[in-house]
Design a protein around this ligand. Structure first.
Ligand SMILES: Nc1ncnc2c1ncn2[C@@H]1O[C@H](COP(=O)(O)OP(=O)(O)O)[C@@H](O)[C@H]1O
Ligand SMILES: [Mg+2]
Length: 255
C-alpha cells in the first residue's frame, strides 16, 4: 500500500469573480521513503495539490488517502515547510520554535529540549538555538522550519518551494543539506518546485505538471542517480534534459 494516494483529485475555487478549476483529475501514489518532486510552472496548481495533502484545502473531486485513511484536516502526521518563513514565531527562540509542536503534544521540558537540540544539530545550526528568527538569515530560518517539521516525526514532509526565496548559492547548500537529511532519515518527502535542476538534484521521481485551467500530472520521471548527486556529470545532465523536454511545452505555451 502506498503512503499517500491521490485519486482523481480535482479542485475548483469559487469566489466572487466566478469559479476557477485549478486542478483536474490528479492521480499519484507516493511510496514510503521516496523523495517526490512535483515540478511545474507558476500557477499550474502545485500549491493547491500540496495544500490538499496537508489538509488545508478540501478536494472538490476525488479523494486523498494517507496510510489508507482519508485526509480531511491538517495533522501532525504531515510536516509542512513553507516558502516564506513567516510561519516561525518571532517571539520564540530557534530552539523553542523547533520544540513548539512537541510542547503542544505535552512533552516535558527536558525531553523537548533534547529533541530540539538533536534536530538543530541535524540542520547544521548547533549552538544557534538561543537566537530569535529576527537574528537569523533566510537560509537559517528555512533550516529551522525543516528542523521543526522533522521534530514532530511526521509520516511525510510537505515542502512548498522552501528554497524559492533564497539566493542561488544558499539554495544549493540547503539542497545538499536536505538531501543528506533525507538519506539519514528516509522520511517521505513531497517537494514542490518550479526549478528543474533542483528537482533533478533531489528527487527519486519527478512529476511534471501540465498547466491549468485543470492543472494535472503530465508525466512522472524516475531519477535513478546515486546521492550525493554530481550536477556536472553526464548522467545528471541527461536527466535534466529529459525533464526539460517535458516541461518545455508548458513554459512556451503549447499544450
Ligand atoms: N484561494 C484561491 N482562490 C481562487 N483561486 C486560487 C486560489 N488559490 C489558487 N488559485 C488559483 O489556482 C491556480 C493554481 O494556483 P497554485 O496552486 O497556487 O499554483 P502554483 O503553486 O503552481 O503556482 C492559479 O490560477 C491561482 O490563481
Ligand atoms: Mg505555489
Amino acid at each position: 500500500m502506498s503512503l499517500v494516494s491521490l485519486q482523481g483529485v480535482g479542485k475548483t475555487y469559487r469566489g466572487r469573480t466566478g469559479a476557477w478549476e485549478a486542478v483536474r483529475d490528479f492521480s499519484l501514489d507516493l511510496d514510503d521513503g521516496e523523495f517526490f518532486c512535483l515540478l511545474g510552472t507558476s500557477g499550474c496548481g502545485k500549491t493547491t495539490v500540496l495544500n490538499m495533502v496537508a489538509g488545508f484545502e478540501q478536494p472538490s473531486a476525488g479523494r486523498i488517502l494517507l496510510g489508507g485513511a482519508p485526509v480531511d484536516r491538517p495533522g501532525a502526521d504531515r510536516g509542512v515547510v513553507f516558502q516564506g518563513h513567516d510561519s516561525l514565531y518571532e517571539w520564540l527562540t530557534a530552539l523553542d520554535n523547533i520544540g513548539f509542536g512537541l510542547r503542544l503534544r505535552g512533552m516535558g521540558r527536558r525531553e523537548r529540549r533534547a529533541k530540539a537540540e538533536h534536530y538543530l544539530h541535524m540542520v547544521g545550526l548547533t549552538g544557534q538555538g538561543a537566537k530569535h528568527p529576527s537574528e537569523l538569515s533566510g537560509g537559517m530560518k528555512q533550516r529551522i522550519q525543516i528542523a521543526r517539521a522533522l521534530a514532530n516525526d511526521p509520516r511525510i514532509l510537505l515542502m512548498d518551494e522552501p528554497f524559492g526565496a533564497l539566493d542561488a548559492m544558499t539554495r544549493a547548500v540547503l539542497q545538499g543539506e536536505l538531501s543528506r537529511i533525507w538519506a539519514e532519515t528516509r522520511k517521505t518527502v513531497l517537494f514542490i518546485t518550479h526549478d528543474i535542476e533542483e528537482a533533478v538534484a533531489l528527487a527519486t521521481r519527478v512529476g511534471v505538471m501540465k498547466r491549468g485551467p485543470g492543472g494535472t500530472l503530465k508525466a512522472v520521471v524516475p531519477v535513478d542517480l546515486p546521492f550525493p548527486r554530481e550536477r556536472t556529470s553526464d548522467a545528471f545532465m541527461a536527466a535534466f534534459r529529459s525533464v526539460h523536454a517535458l516541461i518545455h511545452d508548458e513554459i512556451h505555451g503549447a499544450h
